[in-house]
Design a protein around this ligand. Structure first.
Ligand code: DP6
Length: 343
């Protein structure tokens, strides 16, 4: 994309990380305000970042959006413009914007680029528009672009509270435990070969589940207690309680997907083999050694403690169809990137 022309400086940059949910967000009670049926809890991942710059330009006739170096078109472009419209409405401005967003990880890797992308867009667009938002308000704004983005504003272990109010004022993310809370806990991401490209956004697919899965209501009833168990196990650094609960939650999410009509099947045979091998590792050891979880995609995150990592990596890394592994840890949340000082 050509460099934006110089003009009144209304530009800001923000970078934000992806997250992996231990308790899944899946289904909204209000699609316009993106108010979920249940609270969710995630780990903010270190290493990976989306970095976004927004510049409002009075001379521009329409928004210009570059994602990872290429002009955005279709759904991704429309999603950014809709989001900018919300920011413009709130800030009382009409200017169109230059948006540039780059991930330091491959988008096709299946990492949650909508979470990091919309968190970074929310941070950059709100600042460029002159809105001084608290992190809580920023999480509420990011949510409107992608629900999971509400959690990517914060670091460490983050809970997105569903709230009850119809206006959504009590619906926001809060950090519950800092990134360094449990240094032994690691997440081995297993990338699987031939992971299908997602054709339907999660935001749309989850509403099919709400409408058609006979398991959906039961899941919504169960989640608060499971979330409380997972939060308590994290706080106590208790892997023996945490790992089974994380897998139970992932299985509940997958069951809802599979019983949705049309059925949502995000896994490949390799993903399924990874889940089976994690169960086998736990069985062989006679204790919870690791826990799997996955989002609406084929790659699998496996949580374990550092002393068990060599075994887990050896047994999972050699499974046929595993394209690669990446070790990640809880990391910091989003942050504004200061403008270089003028020379
Ligand atoms: C399965 O809010 O990320 O990852 O923006 O359409 O991609 P899109 O939806 P998003 O849905 C996330 C669903 C999930 C679970 C989770 O992250 O809580």
């Amino acid at each position: 994309m050509a460099r934006p022309p110089a003009g009144p400086v209304r530009e800001a940059s923000y970078e934000a990380p992806p997250n992996i949910a231990l308790v899944k967000y899946w289904g909204v009670r209000d699609p316009e305000r993106v108010l979920p049926f249940n609270s969710s809890l995630s780990v903010t991942l270190d290493r990976f970042r989306s970095r976004t710059t927004v510049r409002f330009d009075p001379g521009l006739a329409e928004d210009r959006v570059a994602l990872n170096g290429a002009a955005a078109v279709g759904g991704p472009y429309d999603g950014v413009v809709r989001f900018l419209d919300r920011v413009r409405a709130r800030a009382g401005i009409a200017d169109r914007a230059w948006v540039r967003s780059d991930n330091n990880f491959p988008t096709a890797s299946g990492l949650a680029s909508s979470a990091s992308g919309f968190a970074a867009l929310a941070g950059a667009a709100s600042r460029a528009a002159g809105l001084a938002l608290s992190d809580r308000a920023l999480s509420q704004l990011a949510r409107l672009g992608s629900g999971s983005a509400s959690r990517s504003i914060f670091g460490g272990f983050v809970e997105w509270r569903a709230g009850r109010r119809p206006d959504g004022r009590d619906c926001y993310a809060v950090p519950v435990l800092p990134p360094d809370h449990w240094p032994e806990l690691v997440d081995l991401v297993l990338f699987v070969q031939g992971a299908p490209v997602k054709e339907v956004r999660s935001a749309a697919a989850m509403q099919w589940s709400v409408a058609t899965s006979p398991r959906y209501r039961q899941r919504v009833r169960e989640v608060p207690r499971r979330l409380a168990r997972i939060r308590a196990a994290l706080r106590a650094r208790d892997a023996a309680r945490l790992f089974p609960a994380v897998m139970e939650e992932c299985d509940s999410f997958r069951e809802v997907c599979e019983t949705t009509r049309p059925s949502l099947d995000y896994l490949t045979d390799t993903s399924r083999a990874i889940l089976e091998e994690v169960r086998a590792i736990d069985r062989d050891a006679g204790r919870p050694v690791a826990a799997y979880t996955h989002d609406a995609g084929a790659h699998v995150h496996v949580f374990t403690l550092r002393p068990d990592l060599p075994t887990v990596r050896r047994r999972l890394g050699r499974l046929p169809g595993v394209a690669g592994t990446q070790l990640v840890r809880p990391g910091p949340g989003g942050r504004p990137i200061p403008r270089p000082s003028p020379r």
